[in-house]
Design a protein around this ligand. Structure first.
Ligand SMILES: C[S@@+](CC[C@H](N)C(=O)[O-])C[C@H]1O[C@@H](n2cnc3c(N)ncnc32)[C@H](O)[C@@H]1O
Length: 417
């Protein structure tokens, strides 16, 4: 059994964040981009779809939904608002593709519009573009390793007419870059032959758009201290984002995905977008998905702790009541969440205080400056509190009530003295 086969046996913590984003943002994309369109139609490509569901765990009757079922839920939701989300699922593994057809036949409600295609996504991109026509297109690319060759991505999905709405969400396997980069620096030892390694490097060159990344990786790795491979891999992600922007004009929003909070990222979800509203809307989805992920981490830690409690050994929770321990841990998590939120509000307030000195700050256009390191963690409710705090201090003008003008359309003005 390969690592890829094992992938669908247990839903990993990293998938909680990935699926949390998928459960939210495509709904926002579909509703926003179809406003004013007569047919209300949007096309969704899930290019590396998988079998549709994970395998059931423990006593569960069925496994957790995979990305196609999440897309289908989105299609069901937007259908109630008279929008059509046409989903195209592509899966190269025949068994998974068949399983996906079965899962969708059982699960998808009536009147939904979707197709499942066998084979390599590369062979289906032209079909997807023609199915999309002038409709907004959202493409989710979630390979195990490298995705579509860069030339293909650039000239097809990212090469659509700039008047059409296109976004691509790429789950970039940063851990793989660190591992394969190790072939260049002699740090990675595995069983691949020299020929196997050259083929792997060639695949990586194709994915990243040339061998440019090899020298970048070697140089970034020079310090050779602990964690430098992970840092070098993140440097390649940054260079890749810059390259896409230079070549296509698409900007990107990056979301690191970790197994545990203090680990190096395994993946970076990259949203490539053109529309000015995208980062604001995406940030809100990511922030909520990150909250869900922290709760998932907490549940893992609680389960581990409860399991380790042993009557024969004295422990911190010397109370013969699992419910008490779980409640105590729950309260501790709530406290930690409130502390985190307070830190974000302070950081956002400091960013605003600093940037507003140079002039008004339109929220949508200056989101990155306003959020700084809280991007992907904090959301409008935290920005509102930071803004109100500075207004109380007399640093900035008060905001308009959200009902009057959406928060993302507002501008933070310094108080003129
Ligand atoms: C990480 S899994 C996808 C997980 C799925 N997106 C989810 O979240 O439930 C990657 C999938 O892509 C498939 N795959 C790999 N290379 C492919 C290709 N070139 N074209 C289409 N599918 C491919 C694999 O068989 C595997 O099922």
């Amino acid at each position: 059994m390969t690592a890829n086969d094992r992938f669908f046996q247990t839903k990993q913590a990293a998938a909680v964040l990935k699926h949390g984003i998928l459960a939210r943002y495509p709904t926002v994309f579909t509703t926003m981009t179809s406003v004013g369109r007569v047919d209300g139609r949007v096309v969704y490509l899930d290019g590396y779809a998988g079998p549709g569901r994970y395998e059931p765990e423990g006593d569960a009757a069925e496994g957790e939904p995979g990305s196609p079922l999440i897309a289908i839920r989105t299609a069901e939701t937007v259908k109630t608002w008279k929008r059509t989300l046409h989903c195209v699922f592509v899966e190269r593994n025949r068994t998974y593709a068949d399983n996906l057809r079965t899962v969708l036949a059982e699960d998808a409600g009536p009147g939904l519009s979707y197709e499942v295609l066998d084979g390599d996504v590369q062979g289906h991109v032209d079909h997807v573009l023609s199915v999309a026509g002038s409709s907004p297109l959202f493409a989710f690319l979630d390979p195990f390793g490298t995705a579509l060759p860069y030339a293909e991505l650039r000239h097809t999905l990212l090469g659509r007419d700039t008047r059409l709405i296109t976004e691509v969400l790429l789950n970039f396997n940063v851990h793989m870059v660190g591992r394969i980069g190790g072939y260049l620096t002699g740090d990675e030892e595995d069983e691949e032959t020299t020929g196997g390694r050259s083929a792997t490097l060639a695949r990586m060159d194709a994915f990243l758009g040339g061998p440019w990344w090899q020298d970048e990786f070697r140089n970034a790795r020079l310090s050779n201290d602990e964690g430098s491979a992970a840092r070098a891999a993140m440097h390649i992600v940054e260079q890749f984002r810059r390259k896409v922007h230079d070549d296509t004009g698409f900007q990107s929003f990056a979301v690191p995905i970790r197994r545990r909070p203090h680990h190096n990222p395994l993946f970076v979800m990259l949203l490539f977008y053109r529309h000015a509203a995208a980062p604001y809307m995406f940030n809100e989805s990511v922030s909520k998905a990150n909250e869900e992920w922290r709760h998932h981490q907490h549940n893992i830690e609680t389960a581990e702790l409860l399991e380790s409690l042993n009557d024969e050994q004295p422990n911190l929770f010397d109370v013969d009541d699992e419910g008490y321990t779980a409640r105590y841990l729950e309260e501790r998590v709530d406290k930690a969440e409130r502390k985190l939120e307070e830190e974000w509000i302070t950081l956002i307030a400091e960013n605003i205080r600093h940037h507003v000195k140079s002039g008004p700050l339109p929220v949508e256009a200056r989101l990155t400056d306003i959020h700084g390191t809280t991007l992907g963690l904090a959301r409008p409710m935290h920005l509102t509190r930071a803004w109100d705090r500075l207004a109380e201090e007399g640093v900035v003008e008060r905001r308009l009530p959200d009902k009057k003008l959406r928060m993302r359309r507002q501008t933070i003005y310094p108080v003129s003295r």
